[in-house]
Design a binder for this molecule. Structure first.
Ligand code: SF4
Length: 260
């Protein structure tokens, strides 16, 4: 595949990881274009179609070699749309770069693919995040749970399950997964909303709008969602592998800003 290009949403950049077990770590972000999953609350719908930027295998080698961060995070969109290209690049990267062991290659996938190239690629990466879409996401395609079973057998200590919770049904499902896969870290990210007054009208908004809101009048779980804020201690007792974390980037940067 040498010379072939993949499409990106934006040029690769170094920033701080905003989610999951690696939250806060300086990371080189490689965000590929294309996503057939189509979650209703997707914060990057601009990633679903063709990307404006292109990347060759050589480009990626140079970027990684010159990046200040030793952590590389492939995300999207859905990066496994490009799994054959990534496999080809990884093979060459491992052969050419003597010190490739210094780099930590990570990927975040929705887990919709479960073919041989997918498994081959995931088995060779340093960290795998499966971003499980729960029922509130109303996705077009679902995570293939047999891929999760396989990953649990292969590398439970260098993988995580991550999910956004929007209602009690999501919370119940997340607990079920934490019980089924006790060696995985299970990252729960409440889809938190804040009640503000904007232009004279009370409204519920998500994290990003906090920065531009006029006045916060209350903070509470989304209407109809009574789960996460009130049951933390019970969950902590029962599921020691669960971590409740915010999506850090959503607090700091509004959705409209790309490349941060
Ligand atoms: S998998 Fe990610 S990029 Fe794709 S639709 Fe869902 S949230 Fe958006």
């Amino acid at each position: 595949m040498e010379g072939q290009k993949i499409e990106l949403i934006e040029p690769p950049y170094v920033s701080v990881q905003g989610e999951g077990c690696n939250i806060g770590r300086p990371t080189l972000f490689v965000r590929t274009a294309g996503c057939p999953v189509q979650c209703t609350w997707c914060d990057s719908k601009y990633s679903w179609d063709k990307g404006e930027f292109q990347l060759t295998e050589d480009d990626l080698d140079h970027l990684i070699e010159s990046a200040t961060s030793k952590v590389v995070w492939f995300t999207g969109g859905e990066p496994l749309v490009w799994r054959n290209w990534l496999l080809s690049w990884l093979k060459r990267f491992k052969t050419n770069l003597r010190d490739h062991g210094d780099f930590e290659l990570q990927i975040c996938t929705s887990g919709i693919y479960n073919d041989e190239p997918t498994r081959l690629l995931l088995s060779q990466l340093g960290w795998v995040t499966i971003d499980i879409k729960l029922s509130s996401a109303h996705t077009k395609l679902q995570t293939d749970m047999s891929l999760v079973d396989w990953l649990y057998q292969q590398k439970p200590l260098s993988s995580e399950l991550k999910m956004v919770l929007s209602d009690n049904k999501d919370l119940m499902k997340a607990c079920e997964l934490a019980k089924k896969y006790p060696k995985f870290e299970v990252i729960l990210q409440p889809k938190y909303v804040v009640h503000v007054v904007r232009e004279g009208r009370a409204t519920y908004v998500d994290y990003p709008y906090l920065l531009t809101s006029d006045r916060i009048i209350s903070q509470e779980p989304e209407p109809g969602y009574t789960g996460w804020a009130y049951t933390l201690s019970g969950i902590a007792h029962e599921f020691p592998n669960i971590r409740f974390l915010p999506q850090f980037h959503k607090i700091i940067w509004p959705n409209i800003v790309k490349g941060v």
